[in-house]
Design a protein around this ligand. Sequence first.
Ligand SMILES: [Zn+2]
Length: 117
Amino acid sequence: MEPQLNHREARALFFALADEELPEPQAKAVRTHLDGCDECRAGWDRYAKTVQRVRKVERETAPPMMASLVMNRVKRERRFGLRKLHLAHVYHRFPVEILIPLLLAAAVAAFLVMSAS
Ligand SMILES: [Zn+2]
């Protein structure tokens, strides 16, 4: 006996389904609804594509060079005895604290180069 979902309920579960966090009975109910509903299916396709794109960007926002700079910093701080450095914390804050200043610096540099010529 599967629960029957309406459009709104099915769409509310997209988020959990995309994260593969939905327990099987509900996941199956959403899929069943998608099978019978073109409208929600189109919405799900868009949603899943967006999620994939965001995840790809998340992976690519840590280029190898930047990652190794962070790792060097971590190693250095370890050598000085900061053993309680939270690696996960560093990585979590990486995009906001490092990437945005980098992008700003690149924008400023580009502006300076353009205005100098
Ligand atoms: Zn629907």
